[in-house]
Design a protein around this ligand. Structure first.
Ligand code: UD1
Ligand code: MG
Length: 456
C-alpha cells in the first residue's frame, strides 16, 4: 500500500450537544487520549501521508489539540474550518485545497469513532487499489436505528439512505454505513461537488457519493467490518461503552504480549502504556499516561501509576501512587502506601512503607524507613533531596530539602534532618530521651486519685 498516497479527511465540526459538555466532543478521551487522536493514529497506521481535520467555527481547542507545538518533530494535520454546519458532504469539501493536491486515496473519517482500526482502513484502501472507485465501510447490527442503510441490488451497492429518508421497507435493512468512506482521489472532488441537499434534513450528505458514483457507472464496494469500527460516540453513555471496549482490547493485547493480569477486568490502561513481558499486574491497578514498565516487574494490587518508568524486577505496591517523573530502577521497591513524584529510586533501593518521596534521588541499595517524608516544598518553591548509595534512613524521619545525605550515612529514627549529612556519618535530629525511674507509677496513681475524687 505504501506506493499509493493517501489523504485522511477527519470531520470534527459537529456540535456534539448530547455530550452536554464545555469540551468539544472529539476531545473527550478514550484510554486517556482524545477521540480524535485515536482516529488520527488509525489513519497514519493505515498509511495516510496527509491529514486534514475539519473543525467547526470557534473550535480552537480542537485545533490546539491536533496541531503539534512549534518546534516539535512530526507532522501536524492541516486544519480547515467549516463555517456553517451543512452536512458531512459539505464538511468534507472544507478540505478542498488538500483534496485538490491529488492523492491516490482519500479517506473520509469521523472524529468521534475512537475504535476504528487501521486494518479496517487498510481493507478499504486495498479495495481502491483493486480498482474500486468508492468504498463504504459497512457493518451489520440488529439495532440499525440512526445509521444510514446500505442499499444494494444483486451484490452492487447503489445508494446509502439516511434513516430519515428511508422507506418502511428500507428501514428494515440491517447492513449499515459505518461512517468512513474511501474515494479514489481522481474522482473525489468531482463526486463531492455533485452532492445536493434535497433530503429530509436539507443537508449535503457525504453518503450521496454512493448513488452519484453508481449513476456514473463507477465501481462502488462495501467492506464489512465489526461494529466497534463504526461505533460513533454521541453521549457519555456511548463514551463509556467505547472506553470499555478499548480497555478490553488493550488488556488482551498486553496479555498476549506476555504480561500476566490476574484480574484483567480491574486493570485500566492508557493509550501509551508499555509493559514488558513477564511483568505481573495484580488486581485494581490504574495506569495513567506516560507509563513504561520493563520486563519482570511486579505491580501489586491497588496502585495508581502515571508518568513513570519502572525497570526490570522492580516491585511496586500494594497501594502505591507513582506520579509525574517517577523512575524506579532495577530491583528497586516502592511499597505499601508510598507516593513518589519526580523521584529516582536507584537500583536495589527500598522505600517499603508509608513514605512520600518527592523531588528526590534515593541512591542504590539505600533503605528508607517507614513513614519517611521528603519535605520538598516550603510553600513557595520545591527543593531536591539527594540521598547517596547505601544510606539507611530510620523510620519516621523528615528530610527537609534542599538536603544531601552522603553515601553510607545513617539517620536515626524520628529525625528531622535540616542539614546535609556527610558520607558515612550518623545523624540524630531529635530530642534526647529523658527517663525518670519510678515516675510512671507515681503518675498513674496521681491520675487515678484525681479521677476518683471527680466521680465521688
Ligand atoms: C453519519 C452518516 C450515516 C452513518 C453514521 C455512522 C451521513 C450523512 N450520515 O450519520 O450514514 O451511518 O454517520 O455513525 O454522513 N460533521 C461535520 N459537519 C457537519 C456535519 C457533521 O463536521 O456539517 C461531522 C461530525 O462532527 C461527525 C461526523 O461528521 O464527526 C458525522 O456526523 P453526524 O451528525 O454524527 O452524522 P450521523 O447522523 O451520525
Ligand atoms: Mg454520528
Amino acid at each position: 500500500m505504501s506506493d499509493r498516497s493517501c489523504l485522511a479527511v477527519i470531520l470534527a465540526a459537529g456540535e456534539g450537544t448530547r455530550m452536554k459538555s464545555a469540551l468539544p466532543k472529539v476531545l473527550h478521551e478514550v484510554g486517556r487520549l482524545p477521540m480524535i487522536g485515536h482516529v488520527l493514529a488509525a489513519a497514519r497506521q493505515a498509511g495516510a501521508n496527509g491529514e486534514a481535520v475539519v473543525i467547526g467555527h470557534g473550535a480552537d481547542q480542537v485545533r490546539a489539540a491536533v496541531e503539534l507545538p512549534a518546534g516539535a518533530s512530526g507532522r501536524s494535520p492541516e486544519v480547515f474550518v467549516q463555517t456553517e454546519r451543512l452536512g458531512t458532504g459539505h464538511a468534507t469539501l472544507a478540505a478542498r485545497s488538500a483534496i485538490e493536491r491529488g492523492y491516490d486515496d482519500v479517506l473520509v473519517m469521523f472524529g468521534d469513532a475512537p475504535l476504528l482500526q487501521a486494518d479496517a482502513l487498510g481493507a478499504m484502501r486495498h479495495a481502491l487499489a483493486g480498482g474500486a472507485d468508492v468504498v463504504v465501510m459497512g457493518f451489520r447490527t440488529e439495532r440499525p436505528t440512526g445509521y444510514g442503510r446500505l442499499i444494494g441490488r444483486g451484490g452492487t451497492l447503489t445508494a446509502i439512505r439516511e434513516e430519515k429518508d428511508c422507506s418502511d421497507e428500507e428501514r428494515l435493512i440491517t447492513f449499515c454505513n459505518g461512517g468512513t468512506m474511501a474515494i479514489a482521489g481522481k474522482h473525489a472532488l468531482d463526486l463531492l461537488d455533485r452532492i445536493g441537499n434535497d433530503n429530509a434534513k436539507g443537508e449535503y450528505y457525504l453518503t450521496d457519493v454512493v448513488a452519484i458514483a453508481h449513476g456514473l457507472s463507477l465501481s462502488v464496494k462495501a467492506v464489512e467490518v465489526s461494529f466497534e469500527n463504526a461505533l460513533g460516540v454521541n453521549n457519555r453513555a456511548e463514551l463509556a461503552e467505547a472506553e470499555a471496549i478499548w480497555q478490553e482490547r488493550k488488556r488482551r493485547e498486553s496479555m498476549l504480549s506476555g504480561v500476566t493480569l490476574v484480574a484483567p477486568e480491574t486493570v485500566f490502561f492508557s493509550h501509551d502504556t508499555e509493559i514488558g513481558a513477564d511483568t505481573l499486574v495484580e488486581p485494581n491497578v490504574v495506569f495513567g499516561p506516560g507509563v513504561k514498565i520493563a520486563v519482570g516487574a511486579t505491580i501489586h494490587g491497588f496502585c495508581h501509576i502515571e508518568d513513570a518508568q519502572i525497570a526490570a524486577g522492580a516491585k511496586i505496591g500494594p497501594f502505591a501512587r507513582l506520579r509525574g517523573g517517577s523512575m524506579v530502577m532495577e530491583k528497586a521497591k516502592v511499597g505499601t502506601f508510598c507516593e513518589t513524584k519526580k523521584a529516582r529510586i536507584e537500583p536495589g533501593a527500598k522505600v517499603p512503607h508509608l513514605s512520600y518521596i518527592g523531588d528526590a534521588i534515593v541512591g542504590s541499595g539505600s533503605n528508607i524507613g517507614a513513614g519517611t517524608i521528603t519535605c520538598n516544598y516550603d510553600g513557595v518553591n520545591k527543593h531536591l533531596t539527594e540521598i547517596g548509595a547505601g544510606v539507611f534512613i530510620g523510620t519516621n524521619s523528615s528530610l527537609v530539602a534542599p538536603l544531601k545525605v552522603g553515601a553510607g550515612a545513617y539517620v536515626a529514627a524520628g529525625s528531622v534532618v535540616t542539614d546535609d549529612v556527610p558520607d558515612e556519618a550518623l545523624a540524630f535530629g531529635r530530642a534526647r530521651q529523658v527517663t525518670r525511674e519510678g515516675r510512671g507509677k507515681q503518675l498513674r496513681e496521681r491520675m487515678a486519685r484525681a479521677k476518683n475524687k471527680d466521680e465521688g
